[in-house]
Design a protein around this ligand. Sequence first.
Ligand code: DQA
Length: 148
Amino acid sequence: MKILIINGPNLNLLGKREVNVYGNQSFESFFTAVQKKYSNINLEYYQSNSEGKLLDKIHEVGFTFDGIVLNAGAYTHTSVALADAISGITTPVIEVHISNVFKREQFRHHSFISPVCVGTIAGFGLDSYILAIESLLLKETENINSPS
Ligand code: DQA
């Protein structure tokens, strides 16, 4: 099973950025622990601050990977292009947010990508990524168990 975690703008600053909202762990150290926990799956990670690079990555893996866990950061609230990219691929995408965006400013309540993602997980800190991976694993188990 191949899963790619994609982080969008400013998420390279996790651990240093607004620690009261996003916590003090860097994504790199979290990702090392997650790879250990899920040593049976092929888990990769990509981060970019550039919308175009995020689109390119989604296009690159979106027909071969089994799942994408996407924290699009602020592009969540602005990007029709990301929504179109997700619509255009076959790999299921789970939308993730570290913070509970619905407890925050009004402009964070709207997501352009929610309608084209399988589901959204928000507000569980970095565990939001774990819950997204678990949801993809559950889907895979369902597919194995359901008669074709
Ligand atoms: C975020 C929430 C977004 O509103 C914000 O712009 C981010 C991070 C989150 O993970 O909580 O950069 O996606």
